[in-house]
Design a protein around this ligand. Structure first.
Ligand SMILES: CC(C)(COP(=O)([O-])OP(=O)([O-])OC[C@H]1O[C@@H](n2cnc3c(N)ncnc32)[C@H](O)[C@@H]1OP(=O)([O-])[O-])[C@@H](O)C(=O)NCCC(=O)NCCSC(=O)C[C@@](C)(O)CC(=O)[O-]
Length: 301
């Protein structure tokens, strides 16, 4: 099983209240202590578009040792900023819908793939030892676009295949607005190249509470990589209606209870987001986080 924790990036990018860099660093340290091994720590997008992550270059060199860290990169400028501070694992991002990429990255899907072709060449030529280089690409709106409606599975598969042909190591399929049901996961999986199963991750948002059901469907099909966010933080600034990401606490509970070890300590995980929640002035809402916190409080009395 692989869990890719996206809380510090996807989770925080949409938050209006600024989260100070030292709070983000303590959040990430606690996620690492909880046992998460892959963390998407930040994003080298334009700070004008996503001010919350404008501290990426300051944050990156201070990340606590342990996990494998990655960062979102939209273009050559983002790559140059990322490489300057030592990023070795990058995440590109496009979508299956032009209407979405126009709002999110100000270009069509085709144009984004052209940009990525150049970014990939620069990344591969940047002198990073091949064993340390890693590149994923997101395909957002893999089920539905907030602007263009439902998306055909064949279109998602086509974009994913083009990304694989360009040499990415992994494609993460995003249910950006959190609307999919398991039957749609089965339908999309049918359209995907089954030889790439170990290179596909699923990125569910939980707007309608279907995140875990969708994980279960993908697991049944033999997929083993899932993105999630501590406390269910999240939402995309350019995807109106998007709820939070699937909560890591709920994912860990589900996988462990299913008999699939995650290496994540449920109690530490439940507390990892406490300081960020306090900065945002919010109470926890993820079900398994609430359950773990309640159980710990009961034990303490
Ligand atoms: C792609 C751009 C940059 C195009 O933005 P643009 O305005 O079209 O770009 P531009 O090339 O015309 O540049 C405009 C200005 O931005 C600067 N600029 C340009 N690039 C960078 C950069 N990398 N870092 C810093 N600065 C940059 C550039 O230098 C220039 O500065 P100026 O001359 O005006 O002072 C912009 O649209 C952008 O940053 N978009 C990011 C939006 C975003 O982060 N969305 C959320 C992530 S996607 C997501 O959450 C979904 C996902 C992945 O989680 C999966 C799912 O749920 O489906």
């Amino acid at each position: 099983m692989r869990i890719v924790e996206v809380g510090p990036r996807d989770g925080l990018q949409n938050e209006k209240a600024p989260v100070p860099t030292d709070v983000k660093l303590r959040f990430i340290a606690r996620l690492a202590e909880a046992g998460l091994k892959e963390i998407e720590a930040t994003s080298f997008v334009s700070p004008k578009w996503v001010p919350q992550l404008g501290d990426a270059a300051e944050l990156w060199p201070q990340l606590p040792p342990g996990p494998l860290y990655s960062a979102l990169v939209p273009n050559q400028k983002g790559l140059a900023r990322a490489i300057e501070v030592g990023v070795k694992r990058i995440a590109l991002f496009t979508a299956a819908s032009d209407a979405f990429t126009q709002k999110n990255i100000n270009m069509t899907v085709d144009a984004s793939l052209e940009v990525f072709r150049q970014v990939i060449a620069s990344f591969r030529g940047a002198g990073i030892p091949p064993a340390d280089q890693w590149m994923r690409a997101y395909v957002s709106t893999a089920f539905e676009c907030p602007y263009a409606g439902r998306i055909e599975p064949g279109r998602v598969a086509e974009v994913a295949n083009r990304l694989f042909e360009m040499g990415v190591d992994e494609v993460s399929l995003g249910d950006t607005i959190g609307v999919a049901a398991p039957v749609e996961v089965f339908r999309l999986a049918d359209a995907l190249d089954s030889r790439r199963k170990s290179q596909i991750a699923w990125h569910f948002h939980d707007t309608h509470g279907t995140g875990i059901a969708n994980v279960s469907a993908a697991l049944d099909l033999g997929y083993t990589a899932f993105d999630s966010s501590a406390a269910g933080f999240g939402g995309c600034p350019y995807a109106p209606g998007a709820g939070g990401n699937l909560a890591t606490e709920d994912l860990v509970y589900f996988l462990e209870r299913t008999g699939m070890p995650t290496g994540v300590d449920v109690d530490r995980m439940a507390r990892a987001s406490e300081e960020v929640l306090a900065v945002l002035g919010r109470a926890p809402t993820a079900k398994s986080q609430l359950a773990a916190l309640a159980a710990a409080a009961k034990c303490a009395t």
